[in-house]
Design a protein around this ligand. Structure first.
Ligand code: COI
Length: 371
């Protein structure tokens, strides 16, 4: 689906706008936009659609951002029937606002919904909700370099029922949060703790779905990572504890000394990252050999030690591309590229963010103007 600004506007028209009666004043908004810590500042509005098995998706609206009224028996609070997405809106030099591959997020949201037995939301409703909230809160899209408006669509099971079966009702919302770097220290090489006692996902589980439960399962090992002085946790495959899978909230890439770029293959337990697939394309465009395969941890460590692995980096919508400077585990602690940011890592990051902000040609038609 190729979407134009008029399509976006038309999709957004399905949403009734109920503006807040307490909008943030321009000076307060400017202060909030100064240097927001990731995920802590929210715009004035949220988009919302309600679903029931009998009525389908209905009541498309944009309303004041604020607390939700939840019955304590709501299924999501007990059985975690919930999914989410993450994408960003970027302000270009002429003031126009763009998103990056929103159709890919809409499609993944549909796949996640199927896996979690939630209702599928059409691509039109998904994109319409993004456009509707961005149109109302466009003043919140940051102007500053390396800042953007992080959009967080999510859906949860709202039925008040304690039986274990798919909910008969659900809510879909989009909230928006101005952000800079995901990591508190900015774009600096991060340290990774490789968990060997815990796994993120197993065969036949929900690893490929973007559901809250996967992230809940990563929190205890993530705490272990912090205790080890690391910013993120990496997981190995649940079956053999041999192969690198992904980080707590990001995919991972390896750069070899012959320029080959590798990332763990999608085995059903790994999230199909939109940034991941974009990097595979950009690297192939530059003539790099790109390989999706299972990467044994031992092989990676040996490569880092011998220098045949030159760079390792993490990627995701929130993290964009973040260099990895150290890999630590129960019985190893190795620096990658002397702990500094890899050249290819940073140049791919510059190209990707350049495309997103309109400074580099969008050869693949990944951007669509949203407002
Ligand atoms: C994203 O990159 O958008 C994510 O979902 C990662 C994380 C913030 C959960």
């Amino acid at each position: 689906m190729t979407t134009t600004l008029s399509d976006f506007a038309a999709l957004a028209e399905a949403f009734a706008v109920h503006p807040t009666d307490t909008p943030t004043s321009p000076p307060d908004r400017a202060a909030e936009l100064e240097s927001p810590r990731f995920g802590t500042v929210f715009t004035d509005h949220m988009a919302r659609i309600t679903w029931s098995r009998t009525a389908g998706w209905n009541n498309r609206r944009v309303e004041k951002y604020g607390p939700l009224l939840l019955n304590p028996a709501s299924a999501v609070l007990h059985y975690a029937q919930e999914i989410f997405e993450g994408l960003k809106a970027y302000r270009h030099a002429d003031g126009s606002i763009w998103t990056f591959r929103p159709e890919a997020n809409a499609a993944r949201f549909q796949r996640s919904a199927r896996r979690l037995a939630l209702p599928e939301l059409s691509t039109e409703d998904f994109i319409g909700a993004l456009a509707a909230v961005v149109a109302v809160d466009r003043a919140w899209v940051p102007v500053k370099k390396d800042f953007s408006l992080y959009l967080r669509p999510f859906m949860y099971a709202s039925e008040s029922f304690l039986g274990v079966r798919p909910s008969e009702t659900a809510e879909f919302l989009v909230i928006a949060s101005p952000v800079g770097s995901y990591f508190a220290d900015g774009v600096k090489p991060v340290s990774i703790w490789v968990a060997e006692d815990y796994h993120r996902a197993g065969n036949g589980g929900t690893g490929a779905a973007k559901c809250g439960g996967n992230y809940a399962a990563s929190l205890l090992p993530q705490t272990e990572a912090y205790a080890q002085g690391c910013e993120q946790v990496a997981f190995l495959d649940a079956e053999t504890t041999t192969y690198l899978e992904e980080l707590g909230g990001m995919n991972v890439f390896v750069v070899r000394d012959d320029g080959t770029i590798e990332t763990p293959t999608l085995t059903g337990t790994i999230l199909e990252g939109v940034t991941r697939s974009s990097i595979l394309q950009l690297a192939a465009d530059r003539g790099h050999q790109v390989v999706e395969r299972r990467i044994p941890l031992e092989e990676l460590l040996a490569g880092v030690r011998s220098g045949t692995v030159r760079e390792v980096f993490a990627c995701g919508t929130a993290a964009v591309i973040t260099p990895i400077g150290r890999l630590k585990g129960a019985d190893f602690d190795v620096e990658v590229a002397g702990g500094s940011a890899g050249q290819l890592t940073m140049s791919l990051r510059a190209e990707l963010t350049g495309i997103q902000t309109g400074e580099v040609e969008d050869r693949h038609g990944w951007l669509t103007q949203i407002a």
